[in-house]
Structure formats: structure tokens, C-alpha cells
Design a protein around this ligand. Structure first.
Ligand SMILES: [Zn+2]
Length: 362
């Protein structure tokens, strides 16, 4: 499974512990992989991955295999908060830490608004790799407690989410640590693509009409698109689901670019949203996220603070306790239904509930 990174400038690199971007400064990607038939004996996301050269068996917590429950009107909710550390980020984090192990890294650095940091810290602990996690000031205390609980060193960075990423990158350059970045390392999407492959299997080989997905740095949009694109390339499906990518009204650089017809987002000055997990003012993979939504014939939706709070309460009234960011996709479904949007008529419509309500409160 360890294949070379590729840059759009034409360079490619065999993964090494200290490589996280191209010499030209560009982002690294991976070519589409071949979909493998699920291994029946593995009851986790690893049933979909050709992971022969990754030491995943030593660190897996059984991530993936999350419930897909049917609600009303063709809506299916995928309970990603039932992941081992309480968020979907486990799917990508376990792949990054397994890669760090395969590359004999003894130290890794990650930056996160919380959930990716907790996931990376947990798997690094299992792998015996020292972890340093950089988080922006204002990150929920419960997430910090969880990261420290796994033995990682936490550095709180004042300023924007982008300042946190810059501090982590500087630390990587100075220390030579593996950069377990859910933004820069494309292997993270090898993990999140299993979200799509799992839905395909759970629906008995049916393709959802629409995927409603939260979008900040786009790890789930890019992963889900990748999963369905690989199924399409393998000839197993003839179309991919429409992707409705959801942002907070208070931080919506991608939705603004989409509306303006631009193929690159421009940085925004974010307001203070309860959806801290997707409050990304300048998403590094913005152009790729916009292209994925366009390829799917989807769209962007923004939701307001009141809509997020109402969706959070409606989910709780149905027995589902999620963190505020975890309610944004459901808020978008409610909005689209109120507007009689064709995107949520028929089905199946699949929306994830990304993070546990035990991590952060409204
Ligand atoms: Zn390059």
C-alpha cells in the first residue's frame, strides 16, 4: 500500500519520515488505488485496504465499521462518533501512524482543532511513537484532557488555526519528526475513503443519491469522493453520489468560492462558530475540495448557529448525542428539506454524525 507521493509539478517521492510537501512547495497527492474486495475476516475499515506493508495490526482499535441507521424519508445517519476515540478522524489517523511506524519514525507532530489530535495521540501511544500535538487556543478542554491522557505533549498556539499549522510545520522542520498532518499527508484520505466503501457495502451495493458532509479542511469530502471515484474507476458503479458540502455561515471560504464560481478559496476572517471542527479560514486543499464537489454534481450549503443548535437538539431528542460540529450535516439536511431541495428527495441520503457529544458541548 505504500505508494509514492505525487505533486502536480510532475515530481514524485517515495514516502520518508521527513517528507510532507513537494520541493516546489506543492501539495502531495496519491494516485487513485484499486478497490479490493472486502476481506470478510476483518471487521474494521482495514477490510477495504491493501495494507500489507503497514504495521496496522499492532495499533488498530477496530476503527470503522460504524453503524448506519435509517431515519425517515430515505435519510441514513452514519454514527462516526462511535469510533474508538469518538470521531471519524480515527480512520485517517490510524493510517498515518501506521505509515510513521513503517517509516521507523520515533517522533511525530500533528496540528488539529481537536479531534484529529486526539486520534493521532491515541494511535501514537499504541505504536510507541512520541507525539507532539499543536492546537489552537480555545480548543475544548475535554479534547486537551484526552490528548494529554494518551501521553502526548500539547502546545496551545494563540492566533488562528493557520498559525497553529505554521507552528507545527516549523517544529517538524526543526526536529525531523514525521508530520502526521490530516491536511498535508494524503495517506489520511486513504483512511477516510473507507467511509464511502463502508456505506457502499452497508447499503448492499447501492449508491446513495446524496452524501451530506461537513467541510473544513475537507478530509471527509476528499476521502468520500476518493472512495466512490475508486468504485467508479473499477466499474462497480456508474456514478458517484452528489456531495453536499456543509460549512458554518461564520466561516465559509469554500462556499463563498463556489458561489462566486472560483476554483480556489480566498481566506476569510472567521467569526466564532460553535462548529469549531470545521472553522478553517484558509483550507490548504481548497481547490481539490471544490473540484470533488463539482465532479459529484453537488453543491455547498452554509448553516447558521441557530440551525446547528436546533439540529443538535433534534438529534438529542432522537437519542443521538454529538458535539456541535457533529450536528452541521444534519442541520443542512433539515434546511434542504425545508426548501424541498431535490438533493434530499428520494434516497438514500447519507449524513455522518462525526464527533461525540462527550468531547464538546454547545
Ligand atoms: Zn511539486
Amino acid at each position: 500500500m505504500i505508494v509514492p507521493y505525487e505533486c502536480r509539478c510532475g515530481s514524485s517521492y517515495a514516502p520518508t519520515a521527513d517528507r510532507w510537501r513537494c520541493d516546489c512547495g506543492g501539495l502531495l497527492d496519491l494516485p487513485l488505488g484499486a478497490v479490493r474486495w472486502p476481506r470478510a475476516e476483518v471487521r474494521s475499515m482495514w477490510r477495504y485496504l491493501d495494507a500489507g506493508d503497514l504495521p496496522w495490526r499492532d495499533i488498530t482499535l477496530g476503527e470503522g465499521d460504524t453503524p448506519l441507521i435509517e431515519e425517515d424519508g430515505g435519510l441514513h445517519l452514519k454514527l462516526e462518533f462511535a469510533s474508538p476515540t469518538g470521531s471519524f478522524k480515527d480512520r485517517g489517523a490510524v493510517v498515518l501512524v501506521a505509515l510513521a511506524g513503517a517509516l521507523n519514525a520515533s517522533r511525530l507532530v500533528a496540528d488539529s482543532s481537536g479531534n484529529a489530535g486526539t486520534a493521532v495521540a491515541a494511535y501514537a501511544a499504541r505504536a510507541g511513537i512520541a507525539a507532539e500535538i499543536f492546537v489552537p487556543a480555545g480548543t475544548s478542554e475535554k479534547k486537551l484532557h484526552q490528548i494529554r491522557g494518551h501521553g502526548a505533549e500539547v502546545t496551545v498556539v494563540e492566533g488562528s488555526r493557520e498559525d497553529t499549522a505554521a507552528a507545527a510545520a516549523a517544529r517538524v522542520e526543526e526536529s525531523g519528526a514525521f508530520y502526521a498532518s490530516h491536511v498535508y499527508n494524503p495517506y489520511f484520505h486513504e483512511g477516510t475513503k473507507t467511509y464511502a466503501l463502508e456505506i457502499f457495502e452497508q447499503l448492499g451495493g447501492a449508491v446513495p443519491a446524496t452524501l451530506v458532509l461537513p467541510a473544513g479542511n475537507g478530509t471527509l469530502v476528499l476521502g468520500a469522493h476518493r472512495g466512490f471515484a475508486e468504485l467508479r474507476a473499477a466499474g462497480l458503479i456508474d456514478r458517484i453520489p452528489r456531495i453536499v458540502a456543509v460549512q458554518s455561515e461564520l466561516c465559509a471560504p469554500l462556499a463563498e468560492a463556489w458561489t462566486a464560481g472560483r476554483d480556489e478559496p480566498e481566506p476569510v476572517r472567521p467569526g466564532r462558530t460553535v462548529a469549531e471542527g470545521i472553522a478553517i479560514a484558509d483550507p490548504a486543499r481548497g481547490s481539490r475540495i471544490l473540484a470533488a464537489v463539482e465532479d459529484s454534481r453537488g453543491t455547498f450549503v452554509t448553516v447558521g448557529e441557530d440551525e446547528i443548535a436546533e439540529a443538535h437538539a433534534a438529534l438529542a431528542a432522537r437519542g443521538l448525542w454529538v458535539e456541535p460540529t457533529g450536528a452541521v450535516s444534519y442541520a443542512a439536511v433539515r434546511r434542504l428539506r425545508a426548501e424541498d431541495s431535490p438533493l434530499v428527495i428520494g434516497g438514500p441520503i447519507v449524513a455522518p454524525l462525526c464527533g461525540s457529544g462527550l468531547k464538546a458541548s454547545l
